[in-house]
Design a binder for this molecule. Structure first.
Ligand code: PLP
Length: 462
């Protein structure tokens, strides 16, 4: 037997040095989680970062103290705090304190979340959350799913499952597959649908929504009439990214059910709103989805990154996604619930655990209240915008996204204003556009965002 090289176990050893490193890092993490007035921060150029933080990778290491100081003083301030109450662009994040703290535990515990054999406890807890969500969305018992990396991968995994089901149906009926498969969605659907289609080498058929921005059954029916069996899935959006508009899922579901086409609901951002009782009617029809997604790292207050992907019948997902190899037979031969069988991944962080811990800690009522805050705030600031002569709403908000314009401003004016806001660390509000018109957009997620804060931002536009 050879003795290990003296350095081989150095970074794994239980030593004063490793203990000091762990203490230092956990202290920093604790401080960041409990930071009262977290700075918004801003990006640096590659050149500045190379000057300030380059050269950290060396044969001997620079030591944890220097590395941590570099992160705290240079790298971290060059990353926007997406949980800042004035971060209102794209879709912000606002993880609860419990979920962030527990994310550290997930890392520390080296849980393998891909299989029941290796991670049964974690998978059980994740499934508790998935089953709760499924029942809130009206899916039947027997539905189930998996936490994926994000909405993009969740949508892709669901569409791969849908196409596999269409292929099986054709094979069973002795029909040949179409020359090109098609997925029907709204032209307002998220860019990840087109991205998934490109990965799958299928085509998308974007259908124009009605004047209110909603895709409806009539539009979908016309597309199906024209393209028939080439369509393997219809995607309804439960809260568009740009406007927070919920498609008319009930009428879309009527059409997909009568034609036997897979219905996928992309609720990455907005489906969380269905947890608020008064919002449920807006999502009628979700209960007919064959698959759906909702992202905990968006409006369910979990840290990056997590997407809950749920199937009405997980058996079809297994047929599409289970990986087969000699070294995996031991997993596949058992009748266990293996999350890696339900999407595009094998090794899997138990990324649903931070959400599980936070919901278990605070209860579902707290979640409903925190989501409702965003809806109420959006309505409140929309009223304020409507009152100001220099501003106008592009549409009334349905969920927690408010889109508006500043009369007389060009795209350049919006950009200059947005840059100044970030430079002065007041807020992060990037311009968006709608049908070629530059607009501004508040996406409200954080329960710490207040009406006063939003009014303060409007005041900078006079
Ligand atoms: C409606 C919708 N679908 C999908 C996605 C993609 O999610 P992710 O960024 O987690 O991949 C987003 C992201 O904003 C979204 O709003």
């Amino acid at each position: 037997m050879t003795t290990p090289h003296p350095h081989a176990a150095g970074m794994h050893a239980f030593s004063a040095e490793t203990e000091g490193t762990v203490d230092q890092v956990l202290d920093y993490a604790r401080g960041r989680v409990m930071y009262q007035n977290v700075p918004l921060d801003k990006p640096l150029t590659p050149r500045d970062l190379a000057r300030l933080a380059g050269g950290s990778i060396t044969p001997a290491g620079i030591g944890s103290r220097r590395a941590a100081t570099l992160f705290e003083n240079v790298l971290a301030p060059a990353c926007l705090s997406t949980d800042h109450p004035a971060y209102l662009s794209f879709i912000p994040s606002a993880p609860s304190k419990a979920s962030v703290a527990f994310d550290v535990v997930v890392s520390a515990s080296s849980v393998y979340g891909g299989s029941w054999l290796e991670g049964s406890g974690a998978v059980f807890a994740e499934n508790e959350v998935l089953h709760w969500l499924a029942s809130e969305f009206g899916l039947p018992p027997g539905s189930g799913g998996v936490f994926m990396q994000g909405g993009t991968i969740g949508n892709l995994s669901a569409l791969v499952t849908a196409r596999a089901a269409a292929r099986r149906r054709n094979a069973d009926a002795g029909r040949s597959d179409p020359a090109r498969w098609l997925v029907v969605c709204s032209s307002e659907a998220h860019s990840s649908i087109a991205s998934a289609a490109a990965v799958m080498d299928v085509d998308t058929l974007p259908v124009r929504p009605d004047a209110s921005g909603r895709l409806s059954g009539a539009g979908v029916a016309a597309a199906l009439e024209e393209h028939g069996d080439a369509v393997f899935a219809v995607v309804a959006t439960g809260g568009t990214t740009n406007f927070g508009i919920v498609d008319d899922i009930a009428s879309i579901a009527d059409v997909t059910r009568s034609r036997g086409v897979w219905l996928h609901v992309d609720g990455a951002y907005g489906l969380a709103a269905m947890l608020v009782e008064r919002m449920r009617p807006a999502f009628a029809g979700v209960e007919h989805a064959d698959s759906l997604i909702v992202d905990p790292h968006k409006w369910l207050f979990a840290p990056f990154d997590a997407c809950a992907l749920i199937y009405r019948d997980p058996a079809g997902a297994r047929l599409a996604h289970t990986q087969h190899a000699e070294y995996l037979d031991t997993l596949n031969d058992a009748p266990d619930w293996n999350p890696s069988d339900l999407g595009i991944q094998l090794t899997r962080r138990a990324r649903g655990l931070p959400l599980w811990f936070s919901i278990a800690t605070h209860g579902t009522d707290q979640y409903r209240a925190a989501i409702e805050h965003g809806i109420d705030l959006a309505a409140g600031i929309a009223e304020e915008i409507a009152r100001r002569p220099e501003l106008s709403l592009v549409r009334d908000p349905q969920l927690s996204v408010v889109v508006f314009r500043r009369e007389g401003w060009t795209a350049k004016d919006y950009q200059v204003w947005s840059d100044r806001l970030l430079e002065e660390q007041l807020a992060f509000v990037v311009p968006s556009s709608h049908q070629g018109e530059p607009v501004l957009r508040f996406a409200i997620i954080s329960p710490l965002t207040t009406l006063e804060l939003l009014i303060g931002i409007l005041d900078t536009m006079t």
